[in-house]
Design a protein around this ligand. Structure first.
Ligand SMILES: NC(=O)c1ccc[n+]([C@@H]2O[C@H](COP(=O)([O-])OP(=O)(O)OC[C@H]3O[C@@H](n4cnc5c(N)ncnc54)[C@H](O)[C@@H]3O)[C@@H](O)[C@H]2O)c1
Length: 340
């Protein structure tokens, strides 16, 4: 039995909406959120422009795939007029940090102007609720745990500037039109099929193979992150949608585990799962120009308000990833821990 069968993420109740429009629906997280929403009985309008070249979910009785760019104001208005969604889960963004730094025009255009045209289209048909993917990166570089309403926010790179702008845009829109807006600050998501995730594939590519004591060459291995498995993220966003009508009209939540690992700890955990003793060599040329040392979230508010809880610990998540890539030797499988 593989880890995906062993670990069942929190099952949210059905959100109180018949029709939910999901942007970024082909993406790493969006594709899973679409599946979960449709399994719960919502009709899902799955919007994506194919930017990361992942396929939109297939059409079904519950899912309507729509190829569209959220920046296209007329098209977005037409889609909202055609489908009249009750709620929006807004995940579409340029999320790859180096791309945002290299091409800030694209990042601002998609993340900020795209969000603006989405809000205008929602307003035109009276769509009353939006859950938006923000990021743990909007917090100042504090040692954590980072807490909604307590830890200050402050952007330090193009991506976090766009996400912080989104928070103001969406809150301002909701106040103005009398809608509900819940901002979900997501932390570092891991899982298979991430078009933007290079750390884990990079590590795995250096570990697998015949060498029992491989050397892994990386940049700075000290930064710690709050890694969360993608299935828990999908259930977290859907939990936020299920809760939005019960909570205050405008609110903010962290979506994270409350546990952190350094890159070095991540590497050694992967080595442990694969039964290999790993030596890490840190190369200055691989260091990021901007890299915060810690980003640990506190998930308590989302847990308390919605009942959501992360089911996958780091070992279970990494085991599932390694298994999904076909790397895990059968002998290692009994070594895996059950999720929290
Ligand atoms: N993955 C993480 O670790 C993480 C962490 C914090 C926040 N987030 C946020 O969560 C959301 C989902 O992230 P993800 O990891 O699934 O990213 P992803 O890149 O896999 O998905 C984003 C999707 O948006 C689509 N998209 C991009 N530009 C578009 C446009 N102009 N019109 C329509 N669709 C467009 C892409 O094609 C892609 O399918 C994003 O808003 C991201 O910023 C992700």
């Amino acid at each position: 039995m593989n880890m995906n069968e062993l670990c069942v993420s929190f099952q949210p109740p059905k959100p109180p909406f018949d029709v939910v429009l999901v942007t970024g629906a082909a993406g790493f997280i969006g594709s899973r959120a679409v599946r979960l929403l449709s399994d719960l009985g919502c009709r899902v309008i799955a919007v994506d422009n194919g930017y990361v070249k992942l396929p939109l979910p297939a059409a079904s009785a519950q899912i309507v795939p729509v190829t569209a760019d959220i920046r296209d104001r007329q098209l977005m208005k037409q889609i909202f007029a055609d489908h009249r969604p009750d709620a929006v889960l807004h995940l579409a963004a340029v999320h790859h940090i180096p791309t945002c730094e290299r091409d800030p025009h694209l990042a601002f255009d998609v993340n900020v102007m795209g969000t603006q045209s989405l809000l205008e289209a929602a307003e035109a048909v009276g769509t009353g609720s939006i859950v938006m993917a923000s990021s743990g990166a909007v917090y100042v570089w504090d040692s954590g745990p980072l807490i909604e309403g307590e830890t200050a926010t402050g952007a330090s790179d193009v991506y976090s500037i766009t996400k912080l702008a989104n928070e103001y845009q969406v809150k301002g829109w909701a106040e103005r039109v009398g809608a509900r807006a819940h901002l979900v600050r997501l932390f570092n998501t891991i899982g298979n099929g991430d078009p933007n995730g290079h750390l884990i594939p990079d590590i795995l590519a250096q570990i697998v193979g015949g060498d029992e004591r491989p050397v892994v060459r990386l940049g700075n291995t000290k930064p710690k992150r709050d890694y969360i498995y993608v299935n828990d993220v999908a259930s977290g966003f859907v939990s936020a949608l299920a809760y939005i009508k019960d909570g205050p009209p405008i609110d903010t939540f962290n979506l994270c585990t409350g546990r952190e690992l350094s890159v070095a700890e991540l590497v050694h955990l992967m080595g442990d799962i694969l039964g290999k003793e790993i030596t890490i060599e840190s190369e200055l040329s691989r260091f990021r120009r901007v890299d915060r040392l810690q980003q640990l979230g506190n998930p308590e508010k989302l847990e308390r308000k919605t009942g959501w809880k992360a089911a996958w610990d780091a070992r279970a998540a990494l085991t599932a990833i390694v298994e999904g890539l076909g790397y895990l030797p059968a002998a290692s499988r009994s070594n895996t821990s059950h999720p929290a």
